[in-house]
Ligand binder design. Structure first.
Ligand code: ADP
Ligand code: MG
Length: 751
């Protein structure tokens, strides 16, 4: 960008050596890259650390006097080491310098000063390696002016990497700032005034060299606004583009299918379902394509709401597609929806109702003949409802008149996939889109991550649900409880129920489809530490647990389900697990039933087996909060109470232990989602790994910055309404394009 000094190469601003080191460590190339390497925190004015209170790993500034100085040759390597012992009269600490014996001249015994650096432990005692220091004039042992100037103002502490310490980075940034021409501001002046924001130039200078903490706050506010605003602009533009295409209104016709369906419902809809249904019915009647996110806790009855919307569009002459994340789920939706519709789904068949439609199923593993028939029904419009996995996205699939796309469990689908389906509507039109998620998303995240969707939340459960009881089973310390747990599995089965056993991995050597490693497990790794996380012991596997359980409970029918199995096998096992045997089959012996299903998280999403009453999650600490909540949502879906046992070896005091206790403590998915967010780092929430590289969501904390994100959203919509392509703001436009193109920005959709 012409006239923007942040586009300049680091090599010409800093010289080759430093520029090289920065490129190697962080991938930085331009001045802007380095300027956006923001301080992690600040050491405050005069914040001197008592020598007695030093902690390993901390960056500290101490005031002390030189007690002894030794310069010696190193034994194993060439060079010398200068060891200086400091004291404050009570405690001592060593500071060391390599190959800097000339410092001996100034670091003389008795001289006082300030020393700043990171505290390490070396051979049992604390030391500062290569500290920066400022010595008071000879004979002065306290100098408040110097304290203020050195420790003083405020010292930024930067995320460091390898040889690039916080100090080196601070030096490089200081050099840059000293000669940096004014950085232009991409935001409209009027916006700065309205929002009370300082300029980008001021913000960048203040964030690196603040006079006081108020300046830091102002700078952060401005840079965080930039992040929120740019992201919201991307979303606002995307939304504006969608709105350029019109949908065909599919108003409720007082339609026959929907009416007949409602009349046959075996239960009454909850008021949340009715409210969501009314909102969706209204959206579907408009020319503007619906873009709605339906969120509701596991079991709140979202599928019912979606099905009624589908019937509305079929009544209005259109078709609906339901996109499921897994084959198991697609098959199950097909089975459940066909069953719920009864004769209404028997279109064109003997015994079908007059206005009946058909429910087609498309999966990747179908036989060619079946698939051909389904494709035909989709093209001719015979099939009003089409359920499938990503096989639905294939070019071969052509709809007669696709009116509504329902995406179940959105988090498994990316933006391109959604786009592929949306393109299947009649030429020049867009279908209405309903996205369902059972992972309740806090408002702020919904705004940030799903900024282009309207949100409907169902906070009510169908009446008569008995909450699932969840208990921790500490496997190592309480083997008796574990034994009791397996006994309980037998009792459940003997009472005619089904039991899920979930393991973190398959264990077939191909490991492993989805061994789940929660980012929160790793904890908040300090950017300064270069320690690799521990290699944790292998988690329980489906194969091994199945074998063990077959030995322990030989009288039960135990089978397994995992992602390495063929779709046919998966489906067969699911059927044998889910079905209620006919009396005749039962008389033939229960051989064909699966009573205990040992599986990976394949069953995590949406699987509905009403007679499943118990779930045992082995090595539960390997799963994240939301995942555990999803998993246990698979049991207690019928009229019987549900039981979920979390088997773990995690220390109750650890983060993992805390997460498990939270899951055991409440069944409120919204509460857990909030907690999950608090326990994770923001970057993890948004599904991206925070590296040292520039990312577009660094200052923003999705939870803390709700007000800011809301403001940015309003402002971005206003600007896009005035100037959709941001013609008047080329710099801003470039920034928006960069964020939209950033491969990592697909977290906007995927999360
Ligand atoms: P989810 O929101 O998790 O997708 P589902 O739509 O799968 O929930 O519904 C869970 C179960 O509750 C299903 O068996 C469904 O038939 C049943 N259900 C849905 N709505 C109601 C209701 N209003 N009253 C009773 N049961 C309901
Ligand atoms: Mg569901």
């Amino acid at each position: 960008m012409v006239g923007d000094p942040t586009g300049e190469k680091l090599a010409s601003a800093l010289g080759g050596r430093t520029a090289n080191a920065l490129r190697k460590a962080f991938g930085y190339v331009t001045v802007g890259d380095l300027l956006w390497h923001l301080p992690r925190r600040y050491l405050q004015r005069g914040e001197l650390t008592d020598l007695q209170k030093l902690q390993v790993g901390e960056n500290v500034t101490v005031q002390a006097e030189v007690a002894s100085v030794v310069n010696r040759r190193m034994q194993r390597r060439r060079g010398s080491i200068l060891e200086v012992e400091l004291t404050d009269g009570r405690s001592r600490i060593t500071v060391t310098f390599f190959n800097q014996h000339w410092r001996e001249k100034e670091l003389r015994i008795g001289r006082s000063g300030l020393f700043a650096g990171q505290v390490n432990r070396y051979r049992g005692s604390l030391q500062l390696a290569h500290p920066r220091y400022h010595l008071f004039p000879d004979g002065v042992d306290d100098d408040q002016a110097a304290v203020q100037a050195f420790a003083g103002g405020i010292m930024p502490v930067y995320p460091a990497s390898g040889p690039l310490t916080s100090w080196t980075i601070a030096d490089a940034i200081r050099v840059l700032l000293d000669s940096l021409p004014e950085v232009p501001d991409p935001l409209p002046q009027s916006l700065l005034a309205d929002e009370g924001l300082i300029t980008r130039d001021a913000a960048l200078r203040h964030i690196h060299r603040p006079k006081d903490l108020a300046e830091v706050d102002q700078a952060r506010a401005r840079l965080a606004f930039d992040e929120a605003f740019t992201l919201q602009l991307v979303l606002a533009q995307r939304r504006a583009q969608t709105l350029q295409h019109q949908a065909i209104p599919r108003a409720s016709t007082g339609g026959r299918l929907l009416e007949q369906f409602d009349a046959r419902l075996p239960f009454t809809l909850t008021s949340a379902q009715l409210a969501a249904g009314a909102e969706i019915a209204r959206d579907l009647s408009a020319r503007e394509p619906m873009q709605r996110l339906l969120q509701g806790d596991v079991g709140s009855g979202k599928t019912m709401v979606a099905l009624r919307a589908m019937l509305q569009v079929i009544d209005a002459g259109g078709q609906a597609a339901l996109l499921a994340p897994t084959e198991v789920l697609a098959v199950q939706h097909h089975r459940a929806i066909t069953a719920m519709l009864g004769e209404l789904a028997q279109g064109g068949r003997l015994g079908g109702a007059a206005d009946a439609t058909r429910v087609a199923l498309l999966t990747g593993s179908q036989r060619t003949a079946t698939r051909r028939q389904e494709l035909l029904d989709i093209t001719t419009g015979q099939a009003g409802i089409v359920i499938g996995t990503h096989a639905l996205l294939s070019e071969q699939v052509q709809f007669h008149d696709l009116a509504l796309v329902v995406v179940d469990e959105q988090h498994r689908f990316g933006v391109e996939q959604r786009a592929a389906l949306v393109d299947k509507a009649r030429t020049g039109t867009r279908p209405h889109v309903l996205v369902m998620t059972a992972t309740p998303i806090p408002r702020t995240v919904a705004m940030t991550v799903f900024g282009d969707l309207d949100v409907t939340t169902m906070r009510e459960m169908p009446a008569g649900r008995i909450p699932i009881a969840t208990h921790l089973v500490p496997a190592q310390t309480r083997p008796d409880l574990l034994a009791r747990a397996w006994e309980r599995v037998r009792e459940e089965v003997q009472a005619g129920h089904r039991v899920f056993v979930v393991c973190p991995r398959i264990g077939d050597g191909s490991d492993d489809e989805r061994e789940f490693v929660d980012p929160a497990d790793v904890g908040e790794a300090d950017e300064d530490s270069q320690e690799a996380p521990d290699e944790s012991p292998r988690a329980a596997s489906v194969l091994q647990v199945t074998a063990e359980l077959r030995q322990r409970l030989p009288d039960l029918h135990i089978d397994m389900l995992h992602g390495q199995m063929s779709a046919e096998d998966k489906d067969a096992v699911m059927r044998r697990f889910a079905r209620v045997p006919t009396p005749r089959e039962h008389a033939q012996g229960p051989d064909r039933d699966v009573q205990v299903l040992v599986s990976t998280t394949v069953i995590e999403v949406g699987v509905d087996v009403p007679q499943a009453t118990m779930m045992v999650i082995v090595d539960a600490d390997r799963f994240g909060i939301s995942q555990l909540h999803q998993l246990r949502g698979r049991v207690g879906r019928g009229s019987e109470p549900g039981l979920c046992l979390l088997v773990t070896n995690a220390d109750p005091q650890s983060l993992a232990g805390e997460r498990l206790a939270a899951v055991a403590g409440t069944t409120d998915g919204f509460e857990l989602a909030q907690l999950d967010l608090e326990l994770r780092r923001e970057g993890d929430v948004l599904g991206q790994v925070q590296s040292g590289r520039r990312s577009s969501l660094r200052l923003l904390e999705v939870l803390r910055d709700e007000a800011l994100i809301t403001r940015a959203r309003v402002a971005s919509q206003r600007l896009v309404a005035q100037d959709p392509d941001l013609q008047a703001y080329p710099a801003l436009r470039a920034q928006v394009i960069a964020v939209a193109a950033d491969d990592r920005s697909d977290y906007i959709e995927k999360s």
